[in-house]
Write a protein of this length. Structure first.
Length: 256
């Protein structure tokens, strides 16, 4: 018996030199355009990944994620209910910055193989939609707290997050099914690098905020839980994020 199957994707993966050129181009793009409207959708995506890190960790440690939202200024807020445990709360606070760097590094690893890129984009689309279904409310009640103020969270953020996620899922599915294999692979590499560089830059900014005590942040939450200075947590997260990014880049650059 024979089975009818669709045509195999046999395009040759991008050579290592091209992959590394894309890494360099993505870094330049970040330095030139990250603060502009051109990359604003990518900033929203990075914020969504950051908040997903908090949400997933809350579930892993036995808590309950109550809501997850981002806003048009690329701020975000995840609210969760945790068992009474400083260690669990510390894990949730740490998961945003570290999770974004780990995500970018893993995306680098998987994007090296062109045939993996399609599955990666479909997986991202599914995970993004599932997270919105379970955790993103249509409207949220705003409470007076330092984290709400620091994130710029507003009552309409739930609607904004839903619109963003629907657009994101459409783009990811479109890239997975419509983009040529090499374009899909290149897009994955650029997105991964932007996530990695953004994660490192965000932690760098967090170090400055923690040293100057200028704003409430995940690091100040960690300080309140442990008594260890916020800047120390920021530096620790920076080290872990940098290690993850270097591992991802090494995997991408290595000859198999």
């Amino acid at each position: 018996m024979t089975a009818l199957v669709g045509p195999a994707e046999t395009a040759t993966p991008l050579p290592r030199r091209t992959l590394m050129a894309l890494v360099g181009a993505a870094v330049v793009l970040y330095l030139v355009a990250w603060g502009t409207w051109v990359l604003l959708p990518v900033r929203w995506f990075v914020t969504y990944v950051h908040e997903l890190g908090h949400a997933l960790m809350a579930e892993v440690v036995g808590g309950d994620t109550l809501s997850l939202t981002i806003n048009s200024s690329a701020g975000g807020l995840t609210r969760s209910q945790l068992p009474s445990s400083d260690l669990r709360a510390l894990a949730v606070s740490s998961a945003g910055y570290i999770g974004t760097a780990l995500f970018g590094a893993l995306l680098l690893v998987f994007s090296k193989q062109s045939r993996s890129a399609k599955a990666v984009f479909l997986g991202l689309a599914t995970a993004s939609a599932a997270a919105a279904f379970f955790w993103v409310p249509w409207t949220i009640e705003i409470e007076d707290s330092p984290l709400v103020t620091a994130s710029g969270t507003g009552a309409e953020d739930g609607r904004f997050t839903w619109v963003f996620v629907l657009a994101l899922v459409a783009v990811l599915i479109g890239v997975a099914f419509l983009a040529p294999v090499r374009i899909r692979q290149g897009f994955a590499v650029v997105l991964a690098v932007l996530c990695c560089v953004s994660a490192l830059d965000d932690v760098r900014s967090l170090i400055g905020l923690s040293t100057g005590r200028a704003a409430h942040s995940d690091a100040t939450v960690a300080e309140g839980l442990t008594g260890v200075d916020a800047w120390a947590w920021a530096w620790l997260w920076a080290g872990i994020a940098l290690l993850a990014v270097l591992v991802g880049l090494r995997s991408l650059a290595r000859d198999d």
